[in-house]
Design a protein around this ligand. Structure first.
Ligand code: SF4
Ligand code: SF4
Length: 356
């Protein structure tokens, strides 16, 4: 594939690779001196959702490792080829036990590039037998074309009726490659065409193919519905590509996006934008209210963002091996200022907008 754009914060030995440094930044400065209200204060004053509590568990999100063939500029995982955190088969077996017995209807595999976990296929094969209604794999698309050993992924996904959700920051080469690395656009287009050939993303097809858009700079996403129209028109006209839905998500100020905000001197301005766009109606349906996130080493978090900030669930149950859905449902969700990214405008989750 093309030249990698950057390195992970870990590889660069950046102090932002440490989650406590990120949390310090999010808690101090404009939030400490009262210029902006903390997220806790804001939801306390404007909703009856403080403390934030989970509703019924619907989604198990499993992060099978931080290794990725890409090093996208705004990655909230700080993923890259140098990341060695990979879920073992033993932890996967513990996840499978839970998947077979959970009340959740959706299983969501993420990474890194989840396909780079050496047990990925075996895990998908086993998990797909559990009768979960919606089985999502978050594929960065380029992995399908990165190496011969991945060329069969479109057929593999189809065989197991996997729902493919993929990032696609823009329908043009320039904007996509700027955010995700040189050569990413062309490989993504090729991968999307291959998925379409298997029936993915086609009108009326049960083989779901959705795209995720996130802004390429220090600004919030536009209207999801109109962006979806623009993406559909451009990808169809230029490349004959079809897909089902576009999810527009807000970049959360953590990991490499936080690094970008600080380096470009946009951090305070971006936090003002997030707080200005705060929508109390979005609080009720933020992702953590129906999701449990499991890390590569089996620990439990309220969401993937809290996982990256190393903020574990506030529950007696900390690890997948001790999983207990009732106990987990009886917890307060751990919040900080990054949560403003989930409540800006129409709200944002890994599944796009959460409020009208
Ligand atoms: S955003 Fe996705 S594709 Fe890009 S580096 Fe992060 S995990 Fe990999
Ligand atoms: S960042 Fe996580 S904990 Fe905070 S509101 Fe969003 S989903 Fe919930």
């Amino acid at each position: 594939m093309g030249k990698l754009k950057t390195q992970s914060l870990h590889k660069r030995d950046s102090d932002l690779a440490q989650s406590n440094r990120q949390l310090e930044i999010l808690s101090n400065g404009i939030f400490k001196n009262g210029e902006l209200p903390t997220f806790a204060k804001k939801i306390k004053e404007t909703t009856n959702h403080f403390p934030l509590r989970p509703k019924k568990l619907e989604i198990l999100q499993i992060n099978v490792g931080y290794m990725c063939n890409q090093v996208c500029e705004h990655c909230h995982v700080d993923a890259g080829p140098d990341r060695k955190e990979i879920m073992t088969w033993e932890t996967m077996e513990q996840c499978l036990d839970v998947i077979r017995n959970t009340g959740a209807h959706t299983l969501d595999l993420t990474g890194g590039a989840p396909e780079m976990n050496p047990h990925f296929k075996r895990f998908v094969e086993e998990a797909s037998k559990a009768g979960i209604k919606d089985f999502i794999v978050r594929s960065n698309l380029t992995i399908i074309r990165a190496n011969k050993k991945y060329y069969d992924l479109p057929d593999f996904f189809k065989k197991h009726n996997v729902h493919v959700v993929s990032s696609m920051p823009h329908w043009t080469r320039g904007k996509t490659d700027k955010q995700r690395g040189e050569g990413v656009f062309d490989m993504s287009i090729k991968a999307l065409q291959e998925l379409n050939e298997r029936g993915y993303g086609m009108p009326g097809s049960d083989l779901r193919l959705d795209l995720v858009y996130n802004p390429s700079g220090a600004f919030l996403p536009g209207d999801q519905a109109s962006m979806e129209k623009d993406f559909k028109k451009a990808l169809l006209e230029d490349f004959g590509i079809q897909f089902h839905s576009l999810f527009a998500i807000t970049n959360l100020p953590i990991a490499r996006f936080l690094d970008y905000l600080i380096a470009s001197e946009n951090y305070e301005d971006y936090m003002y934008q997030l707080v200005d766009a705060y929508n109390p109606a979005a609080v009720e349906n933020v992702m953590c209210t129906n999701t449990i996130s499991i890390s590569w080493d089996g620990y439990l978090f309220d969401c993937d963002f809290n996982q990256m900030l190393e903020l574990p669930v506030a529950s007696k149950v900390k690890h997948i091996r001790d999983y207990n859905e009732d106990l987990l449902n009886d917890r307060n969700i751990v919040i900080s200022q990054h949560c403003y990214g989930c409540t800006a405008g129409a709200g944002s989750s890994c599944q796009g907008t959460v409020a009208e």
